[in-house]
Design a protein around this ligand. Structure first.
Ligand code: NDP
Length: 281
């Protein structure tokens, strides 16, 4: 029987834990504050930001909105980041991506203090993750580790194939699975015979961004299938990288889209905001 890994339920548990931690901190006079910077009018970004603020509200985290017009210059944005870095009332800083084309996103992300970088994108945090020391972990991969652990899936000694090598999902995912003692392969667009490579996986993690690309040809029967993709199908419906209907009957466990990895990303952002208190001390 295939197990459905319920990201909605597990993310709810994490947010409830965060809510308790935030309440305990409040009793000690500590307020957790996340600054959310949104530049321009990208409708998808507006939805993501709204969801993050709603989760902050649920957890008792103060969200401070900094909404800037599309034509904001890179220097002006860097100035905002600098002010937030220096503001002792702000524990976490999030600059919503993508930024308008005239702004160098890497430069902006590097300007965020690594101690307030709750997205885990700063090179210092990426480096910390690689060598296994304290730091913020990128939210989507960290959320996948929680999904696996809280579903009783042990990665130790198992073959894990990650498809996608982006800095925010694929690469940090590889580092985290190594820390779980999995045997890790990271595949990408130049990988030869991807279906054969993917079929080696006991745990297959897809982070490609191609609607329903992974049919059962890519999946070993009984494998755990974790789908990061957030795509639109031919009817405009939200779907993952995995062809869920095709793969479901042969998978051992699978994440749905929506309701799998997506809600975990926001939950881990909330967790990082609380962890920021300890990291800032
Ligand atoms: P990127 O576009 O940055 O990276 C995509 C990766 O997929 C690249 O490494 C690319 O390879 C690889 N790839 C593309 N086409 C193929 C192919 N045909 N075969 C094998 N590999 C391929 O995407 P992200 O990592 O940012 O995101 C991936 C997906 O996850 C997207 O759908 C995104 O929306 C979703 N996402 C979901 C989140 C969530 O909260 N659920 C958070 C972040 C992302 P190469 O490097 O060779 O070009």
């Amino acid at each position: 029987m295939t197990n459905i890994i319920d990201g909605k339920k597990i993310s709810g548990e994490i947010k409830d834990e965060v809510k308790e931690q935030v309440a305990a901190l409040k009793e000690k006079g500590v307020t957790v504050t996340l600054a959310v910077v949104l530049v321009g009018n990208d409708p998808a970004s507006a939805v993501y930001v709204r969801n993050k603020k709603k989760s902050c509200e649920y957890c008792g985290i103060v969200s401070r909105s900094i909404d800037l017009p599309e034509e904001t210059t890179e220097e002006a944005l860097l100035d905002v980041v600098k002010q937030l870095n220096e503001d002792p009332a702000v524990n976490g800083i999030l600059v919503q991506l993508p930024l308008p084309k005239h702004i160098d996103a890497d430069r902006v992300l590097r300007a965020i203090s690594p101690y307030k970088d709750v997205d885990g994108f700063h090179p210092q945090n990426v480096g910390a993750l690689s060598i296994g020391i304290d730091g913020f972990r990128s939210c989507t991969p960290a959320g996948i580790i929680e999904l696996l652990k809280r579903s009783g899936i042990n990665a130790e000694g198992r073959e894990c194939v990650i498809v996608g090598r982006s800095n925010i999902v694929g690469k940090p995912m590889g580092m985290l699975m190594l820390r779980e003692n999995a045997t890790v392969t990271i595949a990408h667009s130049r990988t030869k015979d991807l279906p054969a490579v993917a079929r080696r996986a006991d745990i297959l993690i897809t982070a490609v961004g191609k609607a329903k690309m992974f049919t059962r040809d890519y999946v070993k029967p009984g494998a755990v299938v974790i789908d990061c993709g957030m795509n639109r199908d031919e009817n405009g419906k939200l779907c993952g990288d995995v062809d869920y209907e095709d793969v479901f009957p042969i998978a051992g466990a699978i994440t749905p889209v929506p309701g799998g990895v997506g809600p975990m990303t926001v939950a881990m952002l909330m967790k990082n905001c609380v962890d920021a208190i300890a990291l800032n001390q």
